[in-house]
Write a protein that binds this ligand. Structure first.
Ligand SMILES: Nc1nc2c(ncn2[C@@H]2O[C@H](COP(=O)(O)OP(=O)(O)OP(=O)(O)O)[C@@H](O)[C@H]2O)c(=O)[nH]1
Length: 346
């Protein structure tokens, strides 16, 4: 029988912890002597996560678009090429944080018409603190998207529990359970989860039928929750895509990439980040500071920033990608140029 490649899909809002989980999954499979491969999707024009994912992992980068819509057609050929060239034991697709998982499932299922693969799980990572914040406001596109990502999951990580109290965590667990009564919910810090519990084995992949969008799964099957009719009905965005399915629009989301031509002062940079408009909800990049002698991977997600020393291999530029809604790119550009000393005031 032809080899069937197991596929895991990682979903979750921007900055929820998908790449953190991906690193753990890769480490787990490598420790078992398996060969994983990654399809990494970014809406920005550079792949900062590629710096984190590590060496020796075959990666297909799909940049500057979202696999659930604008570059969806490329997914089949990217997966086919990975399988043909790298013969991986397992593939993980990390979707952009703004992707609608139903659309991704649909795209992957479309690809499975041509490629022998078995969609094992759709794992959604939730930033518990962010969800708490949005659940108080109870509105907004981000809240609705997060709800969809939670509804579609076959397993859920309630991540960043260190940023909420126990009572808040319990409340969010109840909320998530209401939205998705089927998926196991695993509360985590830094996605620290038992990989066996999360991933199961890969060995049984030959026995599952390849998932189709119209498949009628039992609730306890891995993707039963995601593909059941009420889940599809829950996906109630008004627009339609080319395949006639209701389509989620990303028109409100924008990204801005800034390349640095010289090191900047770390304190001034942190001050700039502290003053970012609320409409910028995610930023990440690689930076060289003038007052330190290391390079840093910079992360900003739901108003928390993080700097990690790195020694990137190969040529990695100093760059930051900002993602958000309707923010003013030229204001950011002016501030960044001022940080570089190209302008006199911020
Ligand atoms: N406080 C806290 N931070 C976390 C936790 N998990 C991940 N982070 C941090 O959150 C930031 C975003 O994590 P990522 O794993 O890059 O998130 P992501 O979902 O891949 O982000 P996108 O690719 O932009 O969608 C990083 O700075 C992580 O170190 C957690 O449990 N607690």
């Amino acid at each position: 029988m032809e080899h069937v490649t197991p596929i895991y899909i990682l979903s979750g809002f921007l900055g929820s912890g998908k790449t953190t989980l991906l690193s753990r999954m890769i480490a787990h499979w490598k420790a078992q002597g398996l060969r994983p491969a990654i399809v990494m999707n970014e809406i920005g024009e550079v792949n900062i996560d590629g710096v984190i994912a590590g060496d020796n992992v075959p990666t297909a980068e799909m940049l500057s678009g979202c696999i659930c819509c604008s570059i969806r057609a490329d997914l089949t050929s990217e997966i086919a090429m990975l399988i043909q060239n790298e013969k991986p034991d397992v593939i993980v697709i990390e979707a952009t944080g703004i992707a609608n998982p139903m659309e991704i499932l649909d795209a992957v299922a479309e690809a499975s018409l041509y490629i022998q693969m078995d969609i094992k799980k759709l794992i959604t990572v939730v930033d518990t603190a962010h969800l708490l914040h949005l659940s108080i406001e109870q509105k907004g596109k981000t809240y609705r998207l997060m709800q969809e990502q939670i509804r579609s999951a076959s397993v859920l990580l309630l991540n960043k529990t260190d940023r909420v109290s126990t009572a808040e965590k319990d409340a969010m667990e109840q909320l998530v359970r209401r939205w998705n009564p089927f998926a196991p919910i695993l509360p985590t810090e830094r996605c620290n989860v038992n990989p066996e519990e999360l991933l199961g084995g890969l060995a049984d992949h030959g026995s599952h039928p390849v998932v189709q969008p119209s498949a009628n799964h039992e609730a306890d099957e891995p993707l039963g929750a995601a593909l059941s009719p009420e889940r599809v009905e829950g996906h109630n965005q008004p627009e339609s895509n080319h395949s006639g399915h209701p389509h989620h629009s990303h028109d409100h989301v924008m990204s801005y990439t800034y390349y640095f031509s010289r090191p900047v002062n770390s304190v001034e940079f942190e001050r700039f980040i502290g003053g970012l408009p609320r409409d910028v909800y995610r930023a990440k990049g690689v930076l060289t500071f003038s007052d330190t002698n290391s390079r840093f991977l910079f992360q900003y997600a739901f108003r928390e920033s993080d700097f990690m020393k790195i020694t990137p291999r190969g040529r990695v530029p100093d760059v930051v990608v900002f993602i958000g809604e309707h923010f003013n790119k030229s204001v950011l550009q002016e501030q960044l140029e001022a940080l570089e000393g190209k302008r006199t005031s911020v």
